[in-house]
Design a protein around this ligand. Structure first.
Ligand code: HEM
Length: 480
């Protein structure tokens, strides 16, 4: 049977030239106009299948999840000892065990006792914005640290550096062509004294970051539990469960728990910070969205308090802003690649075992037939005519699909809502001005990594309290 359709492939290099390093999701969206909603490419003998419509994603990743939920083989992740992180764990018993704990801990019901913590964290963020409005990307990871470990992040805290550096390092190392050993696994056996092929310094740095990411925060929780000062957190709940076990089983379970929590920490810090930064980009570029949102908040919440989760069902416009943010500036435009574990046939096409399976989530969520004028930030897409919220399950593609779908998506949903509602209730976000009073164009600094992500790192805007009432409200809540 033939492979799925795709561009013509060349001897040896295959479709290397068809897979641009910058924004391949745009190239794949173009290709799918010509070849259809499932594409086949080959790069140096590696089969790559790109899924370009919600129905193909559903057929393959959801209905046949058992054979499309592995990760590609990236030997470098084993060499530098980061394959314990859930995103890199190969499909099998160990992944299932960790994933079960992650899903159980991060489901909406398990997170609802933490609503107040999310609100308090957001109030602290408002306070920091008031004190240093240009610094809105500082304290990335505050919410994750507080929720997962009950840890209160300090100014320039060293503890947050390892997971952030690790995520940048690993996502670079798995890029096609970036690490020779991923393509020629036998290279890992070459002794460290052989020049050019030595991974020694990489291994040293990688392992150190990996161990710090896994151990430092959990050691903090264990010591706080011993002193009786541990506040409630996902880690404390999990460690209390481990305490009920005895002998080697307890040690094994503690290791699994450390890996699950470390994975949340690593996968959750920069992604959440990027989504939050995109909110400020959208508000700066679309003042009319801001005005409409503020009008709804003022009428539902009033000006004498900050929004809470109880207001959520009456704030459909804020809900729509959050959905549009996930669609408009995607952190993972092609998610994290999956891999197939068996030869299979779909719609009469042959998909070989070991294929890299990619969802072009960006292509689907920017398809003008599904989302007219897709580059415009337009929350109205998610509203019915009467102004009520219209849910759209396709948006979940921003979090991948099938068995590997992001387990942190409910936490993102909650925290993004709370940040958007709270910021809009008390601040105006506008273009920044230079020393001559001229508006500075909106030009976000982004880090694009062709396989894994597109992260908004920084950009300039002006964040000012809406008025004296708003300023007082922030001070009351931060100090309360
Ligand atoms: C805006 C924020 C976020 C976005 C856009 C995002 C997106 C994604 C995507 C696209 C994947 C790959 C899914 C797949 O393979 O099909 C993923 C995996 C993952 N995410 Fe997230 N994520 C976000 C935040 C978080 C948070 C806050 C956490 C934890 C608290 C988290 C934990 C994870 C984990 C553990 C995985 C690996 C799942 C697996 O391999 O089984 N993510 N995420």
């Amino acid at each position: 049977l033939p492979y799925p359709p795709g561009p013509k492939s060349w001897p040896i290099i295959g479709n290397l030239l068809d897979s641009p390093k910058q924004s391949p999701w745009v190239a794949y969206a173009e290709m799918s106009k010509q070849h259809g909603d499932i594409l086949y490419l080959q790069v140096f003998g590696q089969s790559v299948v790109v899924l370009c419509s919600p129905s193909v994603v559903k057929d393959l990743f959801e209905k046949r999840g058992d054979i499309y939920s592995d990760r590609p083989s990236w030997p470098i992740t084993e060499i530098i000892d980061v394959d314990w992180l859930i995103p890199f764990t190969r499909y099998g018993e160990q992944w299932r065990e960790k994933r079960k704990i992650a899903d159980r801990t991060l489901r909406p019901g398990a997170l609802s006792p933490y609503h107040q913590r999310i609100e308090e964290n957001t109030h602290a963020f408002l306070g920091r914005l008031l004190a240093a409005p240009v610094d809105f990307r500082s304290h990335v990871g505050q919410l994750i640290m507080s929720l997962v470990y009950g840890y209160d992040l300090k100014e320039n805290d060293e503890i947050i550096k390892p997971p952030v550096e690790l995520v940048h390092m690993t996502s670079r190392l798995i890029l096609p062509g970036a690490t020779l050993v991923n393509h020629l696994p036998f290279l890992r056996h070459i002794p460290s004294w052989v020049p050019w092929f030595s991974y020694e310094s990489l291994v040293r740095v990688g392992r150190e970051l990996s161990q710090k990411t896994m151990n430092e925060p959990i050691d903090f929780v264990k010591s706080a539990m011993r002193d009786g000062t541990a506040t409630s957190s996902l880690a404390r709940d999990q460690l209390l469960e481990v305490e009920s076990l005895i002998g080697p089983e307890a040690q094994m379970q503690e290791n699994v728990v450390k890996q699950v929590l470390g994975s949340m920490y690593e996968a959750g810090v920069d992604t959440t910070a990027s989504a939050r930064t995109s909110l400020f980009v959208a508000l700066t570029l679309y003042p009319e969205v801001q005005r409409r949102a503020q009008a709804q908040i003022d009428s539902v919440v009033s000006r004498d308090r900050l929004p809470t989760f109880e207001d959520r069902s009456r704030l459909p416009y804020i809900e729509a802003i959050c959905k549009e943010l996930l669609r408009w500036q995607m952190v993972g435009p092609m998610g994290v690649p999956h891999a197939s574990t068996e030869d299979s046939i779909y719609r009469g096409f042959f998909i070989p075992k070991g294929s890299m399976m990619i969802i072009n989530s960006w292509g689907i969520l920017h398809n003008p037939e599904l989302y007219p004028d897709p580059e415009t930030f337009n929350p109205e897409r998610f509203l019915n005519e009467d102004g009520t919220f219209r849910d759209d399950p396709t948006i979940s593609l921003a979090f991948g699909a099938g068995k590997r779908i992001c387990p942190g998506r409910h936490l993102v949903d909650m925290s993004l809502f709370m940040i958007a509602a709270s910021v809009l209730s008390v601040f105006n976000v506008t273009k920044a001005k230079d020393e001559n009073g001229r508006e500075i164009p909106v030009d976000p600094v982004v880090e694009v990594n062709a396989v894994v992500w597109y992260v908004t790192l920084a950009f300039e805007c002006s964040i000012t309290p809406r008025d004296k009432i708003a300023e007082d409200l922030i001070r009351e809540n931060v100090l309360a």
